[in-house]
Design a protein around this ligand. Structure first.
Ligand code: SAM
Length: 337
């Protein structure tokens, strides 16, 4: 692997107009996915031509520039990052850049075989998406893949030392919201951090409706009535999940209340899509292309300028509840969730 150019960027941290320091990068390494989860992708989805996706060197160069601008944590995502054939090299290259936190979000279908090589390459943690603990429903929601495969991948990840293991559950009213307590029990039994994510208007099929969102407050109430909970999040912690621990010492869960209780005020995230566009918010269509700059011989300082510009233009909030809100043109898997 050729080393990315060291970024001789002299810079202050990435701070926006609302004093939010951006030190967390979501790096999408592919728009491809081997599942078609109903809340995310459509059957018949058309992926970007391969030559539009960032190469290994381009990904690492962007990450190096971001690192030089004070970015401390990187989460690799997609699409499904584990369908990219050089994902281990991507992780190894990111690890060499010295990020404090290096994690990856996956649907788990290819994780069993890749957990050990990824951990050896420097990956620290994984989030595994799993929206049902019932095999038949798992198939209905995800349209491909098997629950048993994903559950054994979680074990392989833990055996490889990828911890704490977090499990992402997108809750949808009338689809899987009757499994809240089952997932809480699963979290307790396996000591995995189950995170209940509110369904966001980012599905390719346009099926999102407000009444399909299960508010996080309701999730906490239902679990708390069975096993009392107490807040576990640190003050000022910019992580999107509000963390709660079971008061009997039975572990921890999290809720991501993007729709009903937006946490934009502490947002510290910057996103780069698999085709090299910088986005300052999941819900904003404003994108700046790094790919064209990379392919036309830009300097690291020019790349840094694009990242700074994206942060500078960030709005105060995503505005889902405002009348002017428009669904983003790109769906979650095309942006990188
Ligand atoms: N393929 C990987 C996976 O399945 O985890 C990573 C990419 S996926 C787009 C990242 C996360 O976004 C997953 O946890 C997924 O459940 C979540 N997600 C996708 N569409 C969503 C939506 N409409 N609302 C809320 N979360 C969504």
């Amino acid at each position: 692997m050729s080393a990315p150019p060291v970024a001789p960027v002299k810079s202050a941290p990435l701070v926006d107009g609302f004093s939010r320091v951006h030190d967390d990068l979501r790096l999408s390494i592919t728009d491809r996915c081997n599942l078609r989860c109903t809340y995310c992708l459509e059957e018949g989805v058309r992926f970007r031509p391969r030559d539009e996706l960032l190469t290994l060197d381009e990904l690492l160069r962007i990450a190096a520039v971001a690192r030089s601008l004070g970015v401390r944590s990187v989460r690799v995502t997609g699409g499904e990052p584990l369908v990219r054939s050089d994902v281990v090299e991507v992780i190894a290259g990111l690890a060499e850049l010295g990020f404090e936190d290096l994690s990856l979000t996956t649907n788990g279908t290819r994780l069993a075989a890749l957990a050990a090589p990824l951990a050896a390459a420097g990956l620290q943690r994984v989030n595994v998406s799993c929206d049902s603990l019932r095999e038949d429903r798992f198939g209905e929601v995800r349209r491909r893949g098997r629950l048993a495969q994903v559950l054994s991948a979680m074990e392989a990840a833990e055996a490889a030392g990828l911890s704490p293991l977090k499990v992402n559950v997108v809750l949808m009213r009338g689809v899987n919201d009757d499994e809240v307590l089952d997932f809480a029990e699963f979290a307790r039994e396996h000591r995995r951090v189950v995170r209940f994510i509110e369904f966001m208007p980012l599905d390719a099929g346009g099926a999102w409706r407000r009444d399909r969102v299960v508010p996080s407050a309701e999730v906490l109430e239902r679990i708390g009535a069975r096993w009392p909970l107490e807040p576990a999040g640190r003050e000022g912690d910019p992580a999107p999940a509000d963390r709660f621990r079971f008061t009997d010492g039975g572990g921890e869960i999290g809720v991501i209340a993007t729709v009903t209780q937006p946490f934009c005020g502490t947002c510290n995230r910057l996103r780069v899509t698999a085709d090299g566009a910088v986005r300052n918010c999941l819900f904003s269509d404003e994108e700046r292309s790094l790919r064209s700059l990379l392919r036309s011989g830009a300097t690291d300082e020019q790349l840094a300028e694009v990242l700074r510009g994206a942060v500078a233009d960030k709005r105060a909030g995503h505005g889902i509840d405002t009348p002017a809100f428009l669904r983003p043109r790109r769906s979650m898997s095309m942006i990188g969730g």
